[in-house]
Design a protein around this ligand. Structure first.
Ligand code: OGA
Ligand code: MN
Length: 294
């Protein structure tokens, strides 16, 4: 039996039915899912009670997995495997992080609109987020369609921004929320990386804005001017007509294409547990052509 695809938003987002993510995929199903993510940018799967090994196996159908950046602080004890991003409010003993915990404050940055790993020279292609435990309200994830935002930009703006190269680092995104508590060895690992501002999405051939909270400079432009342009573009691209809000159920898995969408987390009562596990498929190459050749 083949998968079903139901579009959940006028512009993007497909809900996939008739699949069990715990089972190996046959080539036809892999091809159908690839076509669906290429078209819809975000895929929603309900009722998928998977473990980390099953999530990794499913994710590897779409490319190589990223490993999480964890060597920043010698005293950091990870809760999950190196191929899993820990998107939770828990410590290594599964206890809720206290409000002033540095890991929690850093993770608040996920509530800014972003594209995963845009601070890496080779950024993320797909992210797959599995809901293991959720709070009883709030904690939604929102997605914005960057191909639709590009299509809707005035021609003059399209001509202006095409070819621009931004610089991305987590230092920029965290500074936006006043998080600056980095050790010198951490800062040293966070040098800005170049990313195209406008990309052609390989799976659809459509152009897309490549925005992220990590972007803080544009090459060849004064910083305040670059910041204002990025703020304006972000405001434009996250207007309600471009946004889908996902309200989580335990067992949901949402897969998104970071090349043509942005996302952000929403607030919830952090005395409750929210435990989400993410796998991330690398895009395999830098976005800037000169960088790719180097
Ligand atoms: C992520 C992320 C948002 C959320 O997993 O990359 O940004 O709602 N998550 O937890
Ligand atoms: Mn993210």
């Amino acid at each position: 039996m083949s998968i079903t695809v139901t579009q959940l938003h006028p512009l993007f987002v497909g809900e996939i039915g008739n699949i069990d993510l715990r089972q190996p995929l046959d080539p036809d199903t892999t091809a159908a899912l690839s076509a669906a993510i290429n078209q819809h940018g975000v895929l929603v799967f309900h009722d998928q009670p998977i473990d980390d090994a099953q999530q990794q196996a499913f994710s590897r159908n779409f490319g190589e997995l990223e490993t999480t950046v964890r060597a920043y602080r010698a005293d950091f004890v990870p809760r999950l495997d190196i191929h899993m991003a820990d998107i939770s409010n828990l410590d290594e003993n599964n206890r809720v992080l206290p409000p002033n915990d540095r890991r929690r404050l850093n993770a608040l940055g996920n509530r800014l609109w972003h594209s995963d790993s845009s601070f890496k020279r080779v950024p993320a292609r797909f992210s797959l987020l599995s809901a293991r435990t959720i709070p009883n309200e709030g904690g939604e994830t929102q997605f914005a369609d960057m191909r639709a935002a590009w299509d809707a930009l005035p021609d003059k703006m399209k001509a202006r921004v095409e070819g621009m190269i931004c610089e991305h680092t987590q230092l920029f995104s965290r500074a936006r929320i006043g998080f600056t508590d980095w050790a010198p060895e951490e800062r040293a690992k966070m040098a800005p990386v170049p990313q195209l501002l406008v990309r052609t999405h390989p799976g659809s051939g459509r152009k897309s804005l490549y925005l992220s909270s990590h972007a803080g400079r544009i090459q060849g432009m004064e910083e305040p001017e670059a910041r204002m342009l990025l703020l304006d573009l972000n405001e434009f691209a996250t207007q309600p007509q471009f946004v889908y809000t996902h309200t989580w159920r335990v067992g949901d898995l949402v897969m998104w294409d970071n090349r043509c969408t942005m996302h952000r987390a929403r607030e919830y009562d952090e005395s409750q547990v929210r435990d989400m596990h993410r796998t991330t498929v690398s895009d395999g190459k830098p976005t800037v052509a000169a960088d790719r050749a180097a």
